[in-house]
Structures are given as C-alpha cells and as structure tokens.
Design a protein around this ligand. Structure first.
Ligand SMILES: Nc1ncnc2c1ncn2[C@@H]1O[C@H](COP(=O)(O)OP(=O)(O)OP(=O)(O)O)[C@@H](O)[C@H]1O
Length: 309
C-alpha cells in the first residue's frame, strides 16, 4: 500500500457563499480564499484567527459538511469530494470527528455517559457484552475520567471540562484518526482549559490522533500544535512551527493577535504590542487584501507578502 506522509492535504481551497438576503442586494462572501495546508499523521495543526476569519468554514469543509467552490481536500491521498460509495463516505465520517465549542450541545441530556460511549462502540466496533463494557471503561479512562463515578451520570451532572472529555472519548470510541476541535476550550473555565488541551496533546502523542485545532486564542496553540496557520478574511497570512511564528512574527496581523495575549511569556517585547493594537483597523484592512505571493522567512516559516502600513 502507498505510504502517505500527510493525513490531510488542503489544496487551493476556496469557498464562496452566495447571499440573497430578503432585504438588500445579493452578494458573495469569500469565506476561504485559496487555502493550502497539510497535516501529518499524529500531528496537530492550529488554525488561529479572529471571529469571521473563516476557520470554522475550513473545519466544516474538512468534515465534508459542504462542497468547496474550488480546490481539493485529500485524506490519505484520496480527494474527499470524489468519495462516491456509501461505505467510503461512512468510513471517512467515522475517521474524521468534530468536537465543538459547546460540550453540552453534542450530548443527549436524556442519556447517561455510558450510553454515549456504548453506541459508537456497538455500531463501529460491533462490541457486545463484556467486551463492550471493558471498551467503555477503557475509553473513559483514556480521557482521564473515572469510569466508576462517570458512566452512570447524565451530561448535566458533569462539569464543562468533563463533558468535553466525554466528547473526546466518543471520538476515540468511534475510531477517529483526525479530530477537528473547533474552539474546544473557549466555553470552559480558564482553570480547566489547559488540562483539556493537555489531554488532547497526550491523545496525539500516545494514540497518534491527528488534530485540526481551531481557535481564536494564539496563546493556546503552542500547547498542542506542531504547526500553526494564522488566518484572516479567508486567507492564511502566516504559517510555520509555533515557536518560529510566535517568537518571530512577521505579518502585522500575527503581531496584532499576539498583542492581545495576556500571557507575558509570549507577549511581543518592547515596540510590538501597543503600536499594533492601536493600528488594529489598518492591520485588518491590510490582511484582508488578497495576496498570492509568499515569502519563506526561514525554513519552516512562511508569510504572505503585505504592503507596509
Ligand atoms: N453558511 C454560511 N452562509 C453564508 N455565509 C457564511 C456561512 N458560513 C460562514 N459564512 C461567512 O463566512 C465567513 C467566515 O465564517 P466562519 O464561521 O468560518 O469564521 P470563523 O473564523 O470560524 O468565526 P467564528 O469563530 O465567529 O465562527 C464569515 O463572514 C461568515 O459570515
């Protein structure tokens, strides 16, 4: 079998929404503008940007929730738009799971946690009886929840962080290879955000789960990501390994995001923070301009060319 070094390759992905509002003129929204990114198996790519930058649209396109206007998304070398048979589509939808911002919304309040974990194990792994019970215990323990005190509870009896762990356990139970985690910690208490990110990092390291981690918070990217892509107005403006991008940001929009980080450990030094925050509007206008030219700042670190402010 052919070895594919990338689990996911997004090539020239463009998504245009055609809006025909009841009031006002018809118009187009370019949510994704020629995005090219890839993720290696067992690695995490963080896509970072403000609200409306297009990052959730990218996640939903990977989850095959709609077709791209142009471009391709390939999973293990296979174009996902070209998957025709029911079996192939089902296998993809099993391999690629989404975890959402609101951990409660994905859980059925009428069912126990055991039920939520048993169903995918029965459906996808055909487990029954003792084998099913021990697999339920295993996925529960894998996300660092105590099966004895968790499995018979209902979603409302758990904390937000515990519920998000159940969602991650469900993805494991289904047999996910790629998890699209769309702002998975932004509705959680600050005190437990880090522990959920740490769990995702351990799932990556010990279970070789691949992550597309979508966030507005550039500071959290470094806890899990092997690569980071900064997005604005449907374009990726800067990308590379987190230490290169965060320690040596080139694009004014990346600097703007970093200027909003309260963590002094990764704040821009000296000149950066204040001046970029005060020039926010100009920076966003500049980042909105479509620019096809890319510069390699240093090996593994790229920036889209921009006009000086
Ligand atoms: N189904 C849709 N129909 C029309 N426009 C859409 C649709 N989905 C997204 N958009 C538009 O595409 C752009 C990108 O939206 P998207 O939700 O991907 O951004 P985001 O970075 O994930 O923001 P947020 O964090 O607020 O969800 C926005 O202008 C949004 O209004």
């Amino acid at each position: 079998m052919q070895q594919v070094s990338e689990l996911l390759r997004i090539e020239g992905a463009t998504k245009i929404f055609h809006m025909k509002p009841m009031l006002g003129a018809a118009h187009e929204v370019v949510a994704l503008n020629n995005i090219s990114l890839s993720i290696r198996p067992g690695k995490a790519l963080a896509v970072v940007g403000e609200s409306g930058s297009g990052k959730s649209t990218l996640g939903r396109a990977v989850a095959r929730l709609f077709q791209l206007s142009s471009g391709t998304i390939a999973f293990k070398g296979r174009d996902i738009a070209g998957m025709r048979s029911h079996a192939e589509k089902l296998d993809y939808l099993r391999s690629v799971q989404m975890v959402f911002q609101d951990p409660f919304s994905a859980l059925n309040p009428a069912h126990t946690i055991r039920h939520h974990l048993e169903r995918p194990l029965m459906l996808h792994r055909k487990l029954r009886g003792e084998a099913l019970d021990s697999a339920v215990q295993e996925v529960c323990s894998d996300v660092e929840l105590d099966p004895a005190v968790t499995l018979e509870k209902y979603p409302h009896e758990l904390s937000g962080g515990q519920r998000q762990r159940v969602n991650l356990a469900r993805a494991l139970a289904v047999g996910a290879e790629l998890i699209i985690a769309d702002e998975p910690t932004s509705m959680l208490d600050v005190s437990i955000r880090r522990s959920v990110l740490d769990l995702m990092r351990r799932m990556k390291e010990t279970r070789s789960i691949t992550f597309l981690y979508i966030t507005h918070d550039i500071a959290t990217a470094q806890f899990i990501a092997d690569d980071i892509a900064i997005m604005y107005a449907g374009q990726v403006v800067e990308w590379g390994t987190p230490n290169l991008v965060i320690s040596n940001p080139q694009h004014p929009y990346t600097k703007l995001l970093l200027s909003a980080v309260p963590d002094p450990a990764i704040k821009l030094d000296g000149t950066g923070a204040k001046s970029f925050a005060s020039e926010a509007q100009a920076v966003r206008a500049l980042a909105r301009k479509a620019s096809p030219e890319v510069m390699e700042v240093q090996p593994g670190h790229f920036v889209r060319k921009f006009d000086p402010i």
